[in-house]
Design a protein around this ligand. Structure first.
Ligand SMILES: CC(C)(COP(=O)(O)OP(=O)(O)OC[C@H]1O[C@@H](n2cnc3c(N)ncnc32)[C@H](O)[C@@H]1OP(=O)(O)O)[C@@H](O)C(=O)NCCC(=O)NCCS
Length: 245
Protein backbone atom coordinates (compact mmCIF):
# COMPACT_ATOMS: atom_id res chain seq x y z
CA UNK A 1 0.00 0.00 0.00
CA UNK A 2 1.29 3.51 -0.86
CA UNK A 3 0.59 6.34 1.57
CA UNK A 4 0.94 9.89 0.22
CA UNK A 5 0.05 13.46 1.18
CA UNK A 6 -2.03 15.56 -1.20
CA UNK A 7 -2.67 19.29 -0.72
CA UNK A 8 -6.31 19.71 0.34
CA UNK A 9 -6.83 22.52 -2.17
CA UNK A 10 -6.72 26.26 -2.81
CA UNK A 11 -7.20 28.45 0.27
CA UNK A 12 -6.33 25.58 2.61
CA UNK A 13 -2.64 26.30 3.13
CA UNK A 14 -0.84 23.58 5.03
CA UNK A 15 -3.80 21.16 5.00
CA UNK A 16 -3.12 17.80 3.33
CA UNK A 17 -5.19 14.68 2.77
CA UNK A 18 -3.48 11.46 3.81
CA UNK A 19 -4.14 9.05 0.92
CA UNK A 20 -3.72 5.28 0.79
CA UNK A 21 -3.55 4.03 -2.79
CA UNK A 22 -5.15 7.33 -3.84
CA UNK A 23 -8.09 7.25 -1.37
CA UNK A 24 -8.30 9.71 1.52
CA UNK A 25 -7.89 8.00 4.90
CA UNK A 26 -7.21 11.10 7.01
CA UNK A 27 -5.72 14.57 7.09
CA UNK A 28 -2.83 16.55 8.50
CA UNK A 29 -2.41 20.30 9.08
CA UNK A 30 1.12 21.76 9.03
CA UNK A 31 2.74 25.16 9.35
CA UNK A 32 6.34 26.34 9.07
CA UNK A 33 5.44 29.43 11.14
CA UNK A 34 3.92 28.23 14.41
CA UNK A 35 4.07 29.58 17.96
CA UNK A 36 7.86 29.07 18.17
CA UNK A 37 8.60 31.24 15.13
CA UNK A 38 10.48 30.51 11.89
CA UNK A 39 12.61 27.37 11.76
CA UNK A 40 10.25 25.06 13.67
CA UNK A 41 7.64 23.21 11.61
CA UNK A 42 4.44 22.32 13.47
CA UNK A 43 2.05 19.41 13.13
CA UNK A 44 -1.07 21.37 14.12
CA UNK A 45 -3.36 18.36 13.79
CA UNK A 46 -3.35 14.86 12.38
CA UNK A 47 -6.23 12.43 12.08
CA UNK A 48 -6.75 9.02 10.50
CA UNK A 49 -10.17 7.38 9.97
CA UNK A 50 -10.90 5.05 12.91
CA UNK A 51 -11.29 2.09 10.55
CA UNK A 52 -7.84 2.72 9.02
CA UNK A 53 -5.74 3.16 12.16
CA UNK A 54 -2.65 1.15 13.21
CA UNK A 55 -1.62 0.57 9.60
CA UNK A 56 1.20 3.11 9.55
CA UNK A 57 -0.66 5.90 7.71
CA UNK A 58 0.00 8.59 10.33
CA UNK A 59 3.63 7.52 10.65
CA UNK A 60 4.24 7.88 6.89
CA UNK A 61 2.28 11.17 6.83
CA UNK A 62 4.43 12.59 9.67
CA UNK A 63 7.63 11.63 7.82
CA UNK A 64 6.29 13.28 4.64
CA UNK A 65 5.42 16.34 6.74
CA UNK A 66 9.07 16.53 7.87
CA UNK A 67 10.16 16.61 4.20
CA UNK A 68 7.71 19.45 3.49
CA UNK A 69 9.00 21.41 6.49
CA UNK A 70 12.64 20.85 5.43
CA UNK A 71 11.80 22.47 2.10
CA UNK A 72 10.39 25.38 4.14
CA UNK A 73 13.86 25.70 5.79
CA UNK A 74 12.77 24.27 9.13
CA UNK A 75 15.46 22.62 11.26
CA UNK A 76 13.06 21.28 13.89
CA UNK A 77 9.58 19.78 14.21
CA UNK A 78 7.06 20.29 17.01
CA UNK A 79 3.68 18.87 17.93
CA UNK A 80 1.15 19.62 20.69
CA UNK A 81 -0.49 16.52 22.15
CA UNK A 82 -3.41 16.79 24.63
CA UNK A 83 -2.67 15.11 28.00
CA UNK A 84 -3.86 11.52 27.97
CA UNK A 85 -3.97 11.09 24.17
CA UNK A 86 -2.18 7.72 24.10
CA UNK A 87 -2.34 7.19 20.35
CA UNK A 88 -0.81 10.56 19.48
CA UNK A 89 1.78 10.18 22.26
CA UNK A 90 2.74 6.73 20.92
CA UNK A 91 2.96 8.18 17.42
CA UNK A 92 5.34 11.03 18.27
CA UNK A 93 7.45 8.77 20.52
CA UNK A 94 7.76 6.22 17.70
CA UNK A 95 9.05 9.01 15.43
CA UNK A 96 11.76 10.15 17.86
CA UNK A 97 10.09 13.27 19.24
CA UNK A 98 11.06 14.06 22.84
CA UNK A 99 9.10 16.03 25.47
CA UNK A 100 9.83 19.78 25.34
CA UNK A 101 7.36 21.49 27.63
CA UNK A 102 3.85 21.25 29.05
CA UNK A 103 1.00 23.71 29.08
CA UNK A 104 -0.70 23.99 32.48
CA UNK A 105 -3.95 25.90 33.07
CA UNK A 106 -5.72 27.21 36.17
CA UNK A 107 -9.01 29.01 36.93
CA UNK A 108 -8.64 32.62 38.10
CA UNK A 109 -10.47 35.08 40.35
CA UNK A 110 -10.05 38.74 41.27
CA UNK A 111 -8.07 38.99 44.51
CA UNK A 112 -6.49 42.42 44.17
CA UNK A 113 -2.88 42.89 43.16
CA UNK A 114 -0.70 41.42 45.97
CA UNK A 115 1.23 44.06 47.92
CA UNK A 116 4.74 44.75 46.63
CA UNK A 117 3.84 43.84 43.04
CA UNK A 118 4.03 46.68 40.52
CA UNK A 119 4.02 47.08 36.74
CA UNK A 120 7.39 47.75 35.05
CA UNK A 121 7.93 51.12 33.40
CA UNK A 122 8.86 51.41 29.71
CA UNK A 123 12.63 51.40 30.22
CA UNK A 124 12.56 48.49 32.67
CA UNK A 125 10.39 46.54 30.26
CA UNK A 126 12.76 47.07 27.31
CA UNK A 127 15.80 46.14 29.42
CA UNK A 128 14.12 43.05 30.87
CA UNK A 129 12.86 41.85 27.44
CA UNK A 130 16.35 42.20 25.91
CA UNK A 131 17.98 40.23 28.76
CA UNK A 132 15.22 37.59 28.78
CA UNK A 133 15.57 37.06 25.03
CA UNK A 134 19.32 36.43 25.36
CA UNK A 135 18.79 34.10 28.35
CA UNK A 136 16.08 32.04 26.64
CA UNK A 137 17.96 31.75 23.31
CA UNK A 138 21.14 30.67 25.17
CA UNK A 139 19.23 28.01 27.15
CA UNK A 140 17.72 26.63 23.91
CA UNK A 141 21.15 26.51 22.25
CA UNK A 142 22.46 24.65 25.31
CA UNK A 143 19.61 22.15 24.82
CA UNK A 144 20.84 21.53 21.27
CA UNK A 145 18.77 24.00 19.24
CA UNK A 146 20.43 25.50 16.15
CA UNK A 147 21.12 29.25 16.61
CA UNK A 148 18.51 30.73 14.23
CA UNK A 149 15.67 28.48 15.43
CA UNK A 150 16.61 29.19 19.08
CA UNK A 151 16.58 32.94 18.52
CA UNK A 152 13.29 32.76 16.56
CA UNK A 153 11.59 30.85 19.41
CA UNK A 154 12.90 33.26 22.06
CA UNK A 155 11.76 36.25 19.96
CA UNK A 156 8.33 34.73 19.23
CA UNK A 157 7.71 34.26 22.98
CA UNK A 158 8.43 37.91 23.78
CA UNK A 159 6.97 39.51 20.65
CA UNK A 160 3.86 41.12 22.16
CA UNK A 161 4.37 44.88 21.69
CA UNK A 162 0.71 45.69 22.46
CA UNK A 163 0.60 43.63 25.68
CA UNK A 164 0.65 45.43 29.06
CA UNK A 165 4.09 45.48 30.72
CA UNK A 166 5.35 42.68 33.00
CA UNK A 167 4.81 42.92 36.76
CA UNK A 168 7.70 42.75 39.20
CA UNK A 169 8.33 42.19 42.89
CA UNK A 170 11.93 43.44 42.54
CA UNK A 171 15.07 41.28 42.86
CA UNK A 172 14.53 39.68 39.44
CA UNK A 173 11.05 38.39 40.32
CA UNK A 174 8.90 38.97 37.24
CA UNK A 175 5.64 37.72 35.77
CA UNK A 176 4.39 38.67 32.31
CA UNK A 177 0.84 37.75 31.43
CA UNK A 178 -0.98 38.65 28.22
CA UNK A 179 -4.56 37.61 27.45
CA UNK A 180 -4.48 34.85 30.06
CA UNK A 181 -1.14 33.39 28.91
CA UNK A 182 1.81 33.69 31.30
CA UNK A 183 4.63 34.44 28.87
CA UNK A 184 7.33 34.51 31.54
CA UNK A 185 7.70 33.75 35.23
CA UNK A 186 11.00 34.36 37.00
CA UNK A 187 11.08 34.00 40.78
CA UNK A 188 14.00 33.42 43.14
CA UNK A 189 11.84 31.64 45.75
CA UNK A 190 8.62 29.57 45.80
CA UNK A 191 6.95 32.35 47.85
CA UNK A 192 7.80 34.94 45.19
CA UNK A 193 6.46 32.59 42.49
CA UNK A 194 3.20 32.14 44.45
CA UNK A 195 2.78 35.92 44.83
CA UNK A 196 3.44 36.55 41.13
CA UNK A 197 1.00 33.80 40.13
CA UNK A 198 -1.68 35.48 42.29
CA UNK A 199 -0.89 38.76 40.51
CA UNK A 200 -1.20 37.08 37.09
CA UNK A 201 -4.50 35.52 38.14
CA UNK A 202 -5.84 38.87 39.29
CA UNK A 203 -4.81 40.64 36.05
CA UNK A 204 -6.40 37.86 33.98
CA UNK A 205 -9.65 37.85 35.97
CA UNK A 206 -9.96 41.64 35.70
CA UNK A 207 -9.82 41.20 31.89
CA UNK A 208 -12.86 38.91 32.19
CA UNK A 209 -10.98 35.72 31.26
CA UNK A 210 -11.86 32.58 33.28
CA UNK A 211 -8.45 30.89 33.26
CA UNK A 212 -4.77 31.42 32.68
CA UNK A 213 -2.09 29.12 31.28
CA UNK A 214 1.66 28.73 31.44
CA UNK A 215 4.18 26.59 29.50
CA UNK A 216 6.76 24.92 31.74
CA UNK A 217 9.85 22.94 30.66
CA UNK A 218 9.14 19.20 30.69
CA UNK A 219 11.89 18.25 33.16
CA UNK A 220 11.45 17.08 36.78
CA UNK A 221 10.31 20.16 38.75
CA UNK A 222 11.18 22.28 35.72
CA UNK A 223 10.49 26.00 35.87
CA UNK A 224 8.21 26.42 38.87
CA UNK A 225 6.09 23.29 38.48
CA UNK A 226 5.58 23.04 42.28
CA UNK A 227 4.31 26.60 42.91
CA UNK A 228 2.12 26.36 39.79
CA UNK A 229 0.59 23.07 40.93
CA UNK A 230 0.04 24.57 44.41
CA UNK A 231 -1.73 27.53 42.72
CA UNK A 232 -4.21 25.17 41.05
CA UNK A 233 -2.56 24.66 37.65
CA UNK A 234 -3.17 21.28 35.99
CA UNK A 235 -1.46 19.86 32.86
CA UNK A 236 -3.40 20.25 29.59
CA UNK A 237 -1.07 19.72 26.65
CA UNK A 238 2.41 18.32 26.16
CA UNK A 239 4.68 19.80 23.49
CA UNK A 240 7.04 17.42 21.71
CA UNK A 241 9.90 18.23 19.37
CA UNK A 242 12.94 16.98 17.50
CA UNK A 243 15.61 18.27 15.13
CA UNK A 244 15.20 17.39 11.44
CA UNK A 245 18.57 18.40 10.01
C1 LIG B 1 -3.06 9.53 16.44
C2 LIG B 1 -3.47 8.91 15.10
C3 LIG B 1 -3.39 9.99 14.02
C4 LIG B 1 -2.51 7.74 14.75
O1 LIG B 1 -2.83 7.30 13.44
P1 LIG B 1 -2.45 5.82 12.91
O2 LIG B 1 -2.48 5.84 11.43
O3 LIG B 1 -3.28 4.81 13.60
O4 LIG B 1 -0.95 5.67 13.43
P2 LIG B 1 0.13 4.63 12.87
O5 LIG B 1 -0.53 3.38 12.44
O6 LIG B 1 0.99 5.33 11.86
O7 LIG B 1 0.97 4.35 14.19
C5 LIG B 1 2.38 4.55 14.25
C6 LIG B 1 2.84 4.24 15.67
O8 LIG B 1 2.24 5.15 16.59
C7 LIG B 1 1.95 4.47 17.81
N1 LIG B 1 0.50 4.38 18.02
C8 LIG B 1 -0.48 4.62 17.12
N2 LIG B 1 -1.71 4.44 17.71
C9 LIG B 1 -1.47 4.07 18.98
C10 LIG B 1 -2.31 3.74 20.08
N3 LIG B 1 -3.66 3.75 19.97
N4 LIG B 1 -1.73 3.43 21.27
C11 LIG B 1 -0.39 3.42 21.40
N5 LIG B 1 0.47 3.71 20.38
C12 LIG B 1 -0.07 4.03 19.20
C13 LIG B 1 2.54 3.07 17.67
O9 LIG B 1 3.90 3.12 18.07
C14 LIG B 1 2.43 2.88 16.16
O10 LIG B 1 3.32 1.90 15.67
P3 LIG B 1 2.86 0.33 15.72
O11 LIG B 1 1.48 0.26 15.16
O12 LIG B 1 3.89 -0.36 14.87
O13 LIG B 1 2.89 -0.07 17.15
C15 LIG B 1 -4.91 8.31 15.19
O14 LIG B 1 -5.00 7.49 16.31
C16 LIG B 1 -6.01 9.36 15.24
O15 LIG B 1 -6.50 9.83 14.22
N6 LIG B 1 -6.45 9.72 16.47
C17 LIG B 1 -7.54 10.69 16.64
C18 LIG B 1 -7.08 12.12 16.35
C19 LIG B 1 -5.96 12.53 17.26
O16 LIG B 1 -5.97 12.30 18.46
N7 LIG B 1 -4.97 13.21 16.66
C20 LIG B 1 -3.80 13.70 17.35
C21 LIG B 1 -4.05 15.10 17.81
S1 LIG B 1 -2.46 15.89 18.09
Amino acid sequence: MTTTLRPAGPGRDGVYSICANGRAVGGVHLTPMGPWGAGTGWILHIQVLPSRRRRGHACVAMLAAEEIMRVERCTRMAAAVPEGNRAATGLVEALGYVPDSRRFAAPVRTTGLPSGVRMMDTDERAEWCAAELLRHAASLREAGWAGPAAEARARARLDHPAAPAPYTLGDGAVVWVAHGVILALAAPTPDAAATLLRAAGHVTAVQGLPEMSIDLPDVPDGGHTKPCTAAGFAPRTRYWGKPIL
